[in-house]
Design a protein around this ligand. Structure first.
Ligand code: NAD
Length: 367
């Protein structure tokens, strides 16, 4: 059993904050490392928007895991949240892995930082719930996939739509519309300044809207229809000519299958209001999925059946963490593991290649 580091003591000289420091928050449950925890012990690296909006609330209502340590390179953020959450805090994730006997870590950092966190977790035999994307490039994804296999850790990429009944109903409804032949998908939102932060720099984000927000809809396409046989992509960095950035703010992707099914996916960080939909048209009807609602329609547009769900997002985040705990315990298959996500990275890489050469690319051929 490892001991908790003494408050402030740090091998590397970086700041380490112990939750046991201030008397007001010296709760016995977090300070007593001798007690066996029934829940899996989770660390969280990256205390940005996604961690604060989704992962921390989800961990607080999780049955499978409890948050025991947080890390961010910004000391003020660590200090603020560790006192509030009563957990140990770190500004260096290496230090966190050395000091905390974690079962799993949630990784919610800028995309170019993900690799080193995963490598460190693997070294310490800590399972990883990785915020999308899996990696910044296909070759990085392949190397990480090998690493996870060799180290024996489970890695699952967060794709919370797979834990939302609206999205899981899609296949069932799609089976009722005859032969599907065309897909029309869109995920657009509005960010006033697409150059802002690490997301504006392709070297840091791995690209722009395709690899970032596009990852979710690409996952839906792969989940529902499989990896296409060809993609043709156009993309632009044109939304804010007054700013300097190189990560595409908008992309339009055409994808097709040898079966005859084809479709388009519009992605943008500069088209409001936030819109997300997938519309699948078949010979005997239409399935129309939007945020919080899925409907089966006649080809004429009349509603045959509909399912809507309020407040499904917070529970999807918790379901995802609890599901990952079951994966770690060997009770469930890993539905979004490294090998599965190589397909996403192939699709994305084919889009970037297609935009460069202005030609169709077969994602299955991407190495
Ligand atoms: N699943 C979703 O719907 C969804 C939504 C938004 C973001 N995300 C993903 O979540 C991740 C984080 O995105 P975000 O919007 O929260 O970004 P963010 O910029 O708000 O947060 C990133 C955090 O990581 C910290 N950080 C940077 N380098 C670090 C390091 N070396 N060590 C420790 N901390 C470090 C930053 O200080 C920041 O607090 C990305 O992978 C993103 O794609 C997913």
């Amino acid at each position: 059993m490892r001991q908790t580091r003494q408050p402030g003591a740090s091998e590397s000289g970086t700041a380490t904050f112990s939750a046991c420091e201030p008397a007001a928050v010296a709760a016995a449950d977090v300070c007593n490392r001798g007690v066996r925890h029934a829940k899996l012990r989770a660390g969280l690296v990256g205390l940005g928007k996604q961690a604060l909006d989704d992962h921390i609330p989800a961990l607080q209502s999780s049955d499978g895991a409890e948050l025991v340590a947080i890390c961010d390179e910004r000391p003020e953020i660590v200090r603020e949240h560790q006192y509030h959450l009563r957990v140990n805090g770190y500004t260096d994730f290496h230090e966190m892995f050395r000091s905390e006997p974690l079962d799993l870590v949630i990784v919610a950092v800028p995309h170019n930082i993900g690799r080193s966190v995963i490598e460190t977790a693997a070294k310490h035999q800590v399972h990883v719930l990785k915020e999308k994307p899996f990696a910044t490039t296909l070759s990085e994804a392949q190397e990480l996939s090998t690493l996870c296999g060799e180290s024996g850790i489970q890695l699952m990429v967060t794709l919370q739509r797979r834990f939302n009944p609206i999205y899981t109903s899609f296949v069932q409804l799609a089976d009722q519309i005859g032969t599907p032949f065309v897909v029309d998908a869109q995920y657009t939102l509005f960010i006033d300044d697409p150059s802002e932060g690490w997301r504006g720099t392709a070297a840091k984000a791995g690209g722009g809207c395709v690899i970032d927000m596009g990852y979710h809809l690409i996952d839906m396409i792969l989940w529902y229809f499989g990896l296409p046989d060809r993609v043709l992509a156009d993309m632009s960095v044109a939304a804010r000519p007054d700013r300097t950035y190189d990560a595409e703010d908008t992309a339009l992707i055409h994808f097709g299958y040898d079966s005859g099914l084809y479709g388009s996916l519009l992605l943008s960080r500069y088209i409001g209001p936030k819109t997300e939909h997938i519309r699948l048209v078949g010979s005997r009807g239409i399935v129309h999925l939007e945020r919080g609602r899925i409907r089966r329609l006649t080809n004429g547009g009349q509603v045959v059946e509909a399912l809507s769900r309020e407040q499904s997002w917070p529970s999807a985040a918790t379901s995802q963490i609890d599901y990952f705990c079951r994966v770690i315990e060997g009770l469930r298959p890993n539905i979004s593991g490294p090998k599965e996500n190589l397909a996403h990275m192939r699709f994305i890489t084919a889009c970037y290649e297609s935009a460069k050469v202005h030609a169709y690319i077969n994602p299955k051929g991407m190495q």
